[in-house]
Design a protein around this ligand. Structure first.
Ligand code: UD2
Length: 314
């Protein structure tokens, strides 16, 4: 059985990939995380089957030995958030671009065959046509989008020049249990969940008619694990649900689950925001056999259940 390594494995999505690998039969998973935003508690349930290493992907010498003997590396370590990358572009550039380069170099030098890279739907920017298809020209609108796209290009270049099989998955607005709502840069659904549990109104940036393809974390994790297969090297795939909901619709759905009415406040639109986002999922279905399992209703229900449990435990 192969050794699997997950960078960012203590994070919201990374820890879900760890659980998906274990569920899929991996006896153990190696996690590399600097705990900048990741949390060990995200791995609590599976900690007996995780080899955790506090290490930073920007440091080649730190990560290179940890990759020895790996069959596949899932590269999720990143500093996310469009607005954070505008306010303070240096840290996210260093992690998302330089860190990705160092990771790919270390993976290649360690003789690992395969990397699955967590790319972002932000690479598309605003497009005239929806849904967004992998063949569309990228149009990044923020440092974060450009950084994540650069990571894709590096993956492709490592496939071509350094004999490494890489595949990039453009994650579309992932949500679910363990997403941290505590920062102003947190994903909107984690903020909405906290608001509804605390019976507070959220602030919606702009008119709330912007839309997103909200994708449940377990669907994204399942696709990520599936993508570590032969025959797709150098390719990019959307990791989305194929639907889109406006923020106004989503906030209404969240309130409906709790049977409350908490009208949102509205603030100025956010710089760097994409207006609409929706994935064409045909390529991932065709080449990777992916079919998302969670409807938005089911995903929101499970997510809310988790946030409510957290608030009782607190
Ligand atoms: C982008 C990517 C996503 C992922 C993510 C990582 C797009 C379309 N999506 O997500 O795939 O890579 O970055 O960070 O580029 N908002 C509010 N109130 C709040 C918080 C957010 O109205 O309190 C709005 C925000 O202005 C935006 C939407 O909610 O229109 C989603 O924001 P987000 O930060 O959850 O994710 P987004 O779309 O920047």
């Amino acid at each position: 059985m192969s050794k699997f390594v997950v960078t960012g494995g203590a994070g919201f999505i990374g820890s879900s990939v760890v659980r998906a690998l274990l569920k899929d039969g991996a006896p153990r998973v190696t996690v590399i995380d600097n705990l900048l935003s990741g949390k060990l508690e995200n791995l609590d349930e599976v900690k007996d089957r995780v080899d955790f290493h506090l290490a930073d992907i920007r440091r080649y010498d730190e990560i290179r030995p940890l990759l020895e003997g790996a069959g596949a590396v899932f590269h999720l370590a990143a500093i996310p958030s469009v607005p954070r990358s505008i306010k303070d572009p240096v840290p996210s550039h260093e992690v998302n671009v330089d860190g990705t380069f160092q990771l790919l170099r270390a993976v290649s030098d360690a003789g690992v065959r395969r990397v699955v890279y967590a790319a972002s739907s932000s690479a598309y920017g605003d497009t005239e046509v929806l849904p967004k298809v992998e063949t569309m020209a990228p149009n990044p609108q923020s440092p974060y989008a450009a950084q994540k796209l650069f990571g894709e290009y590096y993956c492709r270049v490592f496939s071509k020049c350094f004999n490494l099989e890489t595949v990039a998955l453009r994650y579309f607005n992932v949500y679910g249990p363990r997403q941290d709502p505590s920062s102003p840069y947190s994903g909107v659904l984690s903020i909405f969940m906290r608001c509804v549990v605390e019976r507070r109104s959220p602030t919606i940036f702009g008119d709330g008619e912007q839309s997103r393809d909200f994708t449940y974390v377990e669907d994204v994790a399942a696709l990520t694990v599936r993508a570590a297969v032969k025959g797709v090297s150098g390719r990019v795939y959307n990791a989305g649900n194929g639907n889109r909901y406006t923020l106004n619709e989503i906030w209404k759905l969240v309130q409906g689950l709790e049977g409350v009415s908490l009208p949102a406040s509205y603030g100025p639109p956010r710089e760097g925001d994409v207006r609409h986002s929706q994935a064409d999922t045909a390529a991932a279905a065709r080449d990777l056999g992916h079919s998302p399992r969670f409807s938005i209703e089911e995903g929101l229900k499970r997510t809310l259940h988790w946030y409510k449990e957290q608030s009782v435990a607190a």
